[in-house]
Ligand binder design. Structure first.
Ligand SMILES: Cc1ncc(C[n+]2csc(CCOP(=O)(O)OP(=O)(O)O)c2C)c(N)n1
Ligand SMILES: [Mg+2]
Length: 548
């Protein structure tokens, strides 16, 4: 005989789950109780459901299996929704479990009752409520398949509390779900070869999720053999080693103007895994819907994404790994385009080298120098996390990602992601260095997660890019409503004292020259660490200065 909670936890174990992120709630006590007896599943209790959901999302991104988050009804679910949205926009496999009111009181709008099917309809791939404990194994197995299949994403399962405490004979369980994948047709590959062979200005765009290390290598091999430039879609900079001669930059906010021009003037674009979203396409201007000027080949695991915005000449419904593995060894006779590739690569190297930007003030920490120093000195497998804000402009521009699985950055542009993501990364890879870049605004969304880091020995290094403002919005204000500043100035706490109050290592860094030594002390402190970097508030982006 088993409780619903025990059946659920057993189903998770069989799916290979080894860690859940949660905030506990009385609505799902039988699940928590079942976890007491299961050493294989670690339970990490965070301090805010938004952080717990971000941690689960980051874990899903790093493992390629659904990250698991558990929260209570109403307030817990509404807090956690940000992580579900981030997983949705980021195509990250994730499952959110929510305790729900009992079946007998449903629709009374009792204490904290919410209709999750309605609430999460546009945020999740699938939302369901489990009414019968005997059906838990089926729902869980389906949730894993839905989260993993096609365009990966989040699933929400609601668990009425009396269903979780009902005792029934143990039902049969399902085996570990492996999503079925569409494959590549030889005729599509031949058509692609023909188009690429004739193109004198082709560009490959690598993006989306589902990349294995082999697939990343395979795509690079294909690009090398056929002199093809590869660029990364928004916040997918770790698919191709940025040091490789075929890597030619990042399509995103603050895009290199010369790369934007290159994309516009390409005669063939092959998008592999990327949806070609708003930030990748310069707000749908570098490629214009519905039929872009450039000939488009679109490879995506979900046929529903093909032709959703852009009508491609050739649409290939196929997972990125299968595609990359299929093209890895293909070599074809093509028109000469060594110069096209070389120009693109040279432009990337120039744009991502700090000397290209205005000379920094010596009274502050210069983020260009900090990011370039980290790019040079961190181990190749270090994981670099960030949230949203103008400070990310320096990271995305000057950091060279060297391995897949080293960039955790929200495609959704959600502030607050960096610290929770870093904690999840450190728990998943305890022996790798994990660095979180956060703005002062971004950090203050989840500063309390320093407690989670302390409690779980997640020794991350948090770099607060402290400019005393919601800089991004200030920049937009100055552009659209010059001189009319409102709601963007920040009066911050003493970040060093705040971090130390949790027991973390913390120091303030006032100048560029002080950074390297402070970083080494932080990294080797044996504790979660925070460096408060005092940056010039007028230097609002790598290229834009406020004139005061
Ligand atoms: C959760 C969330 N709320 C609001 C925004 C809008 N927003 C984008 S960037 C930004 C300011 C970020 O400030 P900070 O972290 O200090 O970075 P800075 O721009 O100053 O470098 C805001 C408010 C957002 N993207 N996400
Ligand atoms: Mg700021």
């Amino acid at each position: 005989m088993r409780t619903g909670g025990q059946i659920l936890v057993e189903a998770l174990r069989l799916q290979g789950v080894d860690r859940v992120y949660c905030i506990p709630g009385e609505s799902y006590l039988p699940v928590l109780d079942a976890l007491v007896d299961l050493a294989e599943i670690a339970v990490v209790s965070a301090r805010h459901e938004g952080a717990a959901a971000n941690m689960a999302e980051a874990d899903g991104r790093l493992t390629g299996r659904p990250g698991i988050c558990m929260v209570t009804r109403g307030p817990g679910a509404t807090h956690a929704s940000i992580g579900v949205h981030t997983a949705f926009q980021g195509s990250t496999p994730m499952i959110l479990f929510i305790g729900q009111v009992s079946r007998a009181t449903r629709d009374f709008e009792g204490f904290q009752e919410v209709d999750y099917r309605a609430m999460f309809a546009p945020l999740a791939k699938w939302v369901a409520e489990i009414d019968d404990p005997a059906r838990i194994p089926g729902y869980v197995a389906r949730a894993f398949r839905v989260a993993l299949s096609g365009r990966a994403g989040p699933v929400v399962l609601s668990l009425p509390e009396d269903m979780l405490s009902e005792v029934i004979p143990a039902p049969p369980q399902a085996a570990r779900a492996v999503a079925a994948r569409a494959g590549v047709r030889p005729s599509d590959l031949n058509a692609l070869d023909e188009m690429l062979a004739k193109a004198s200005r082709p560009l490959l765009i690598a993006g989306g999720t589902g990349w294995t290390a082999d697939a990343c290598q395979g795509l690079l091999k294909f690009a090398r053999a056929n002199a093809l430039p590869i660029v990364a879609s928004f916040r997918r900079q770790d698919i191709i080693d940025n040091r490789a001669a075929n890597y030619c930059g990042h399509l995103g906010l603050g895009v290199d103007p010369s790369l934007a021009e290159r994309l516009k003037s390409a005669d063939l674009i092959v998008s592999i895994g990327s949806r070609l979203g708003e930030n990748t396409t310069g707000g749908y201007t570098l490629l214009t819907p519905p039929v872009p000027q450039q000939t488009l080949v679109h490879v995506h695991p979900d046929p529903n994404e093909l032709g959703r915005v852009y009508q491609p000449k050739l649409a290939i419904a196929c997972g990125v790994s299968d595609f990359a593995n299929a093209v890895a060894d293909r070599v074809f006779d093509s028109v000469e385009r060594g110069a096209w590739l070389q120009q693109a690569r040279d432009a990337y190297v120039k744009f991502s080298t700090p000397s290209d930007t205005p000379a920094p003030s010596t009274d502050f920490v210069d983020m260009s120098a900090v990011v370039a120093w980290l790019s040079e000195h961190l181990p190749d497998d270090a994981i670099v996390c960030n949230g949203a804000g103008n400070y990310t402009g320096w990271v995305h521009r000057f950091f060279r990602y060297k391995q897949p699985g080293t960039e955790l950055a929200p495609v959704s542009g959600a502030m607050g992601y960096g610290v929770p993501a870093a904690i999840a990364a450190k728990l998943r890879h305890p022996h790798r260095s994990v660095v979180a870049f956060v703005g002062d605004g971004c950090f203050m969304m989840y500063p309390q997660e320093l407690a989670t880091a302390m409690q779980n020995n997640a020794n991350v290094v948090i770099l607060v890019v402290n400019n005393g403002t919601y800089g991004t919005i200030r920049m937009h204000q100055e552009r659209r409503y010059p001189g009319r500043v409102i709601a963007t100035d920040l009066v911050n706490p003493d970040m060093v004292a705040l971090a130390r109050s949790f027991g973390a290592f913390a120091e303030r860094v006032e100048t560029t020259g002080g950074f390297a030594a402070a970083f080494q002390r932080a990294l080797t402190s044996g504790r979660p660490a925070l460096l408060d970097l005092r940056v010039d508030p007028a230097q609002i982006s790598p290229t834009f200065r406020l004139i005061s």
